[in-house]
Write a protein of this length. Sequence first.
Length: 205
Amino acid sequence: MNALLLLLTLTSTLVLRSGDRIVVEGTPREADGVYTFRSGGLLYSLPASEVLRIEDVPAAVKETPTKKLRVSEEERKRLLEELAKNHDGQPPQPQKLLDDPPPPPASDPDEAHWRARARAHEENIRRAQEDLALLEMRAEELREQIHSFVSLGYQPRQFTYQTTQLARALEQIPAAKLEITRAERAWQEFQEDARKAGVLPGWLR
């Protein structure tokens, strides 16, 4: 337990100007305008000009003050009177919605089933496309950062964090494209199954 607490107190976060946050093991060291640090067991380096600030983790958690409910004097008297009636044994007002619930809306269970499955397939395609777009945006952002460092005269060993992250993003892009292909193929197979089952086209929208 003491070792865990010690590890937490030795953890900090690098907040970059790009908005990225890097959890750092121990305290980052700065030398010659370059920060060196460990994250996830790996050693990285980063230009000090890209670091906005360093935050200690865990940060102090502030308690949110409880807001008191303010009511008028008349509302307060009314609530007290109702409370007094309940103490005298007066039954509560009947709940009309519970005693006489509205009839459920009529719907075709088969239609709901096919619509839900169609929405699930469409959502899988959208999610896969969004994942790919995020990876491509991340890779392009890292390329721009690396190009900027090179133009400023930094050596590759001085921005290993960006190069490592770019390599990881590029490695993940083929898998993300494959997920889109699989999701679209599953959607086409689902549409074909629905056609063979005689499902109305409107049920798949």
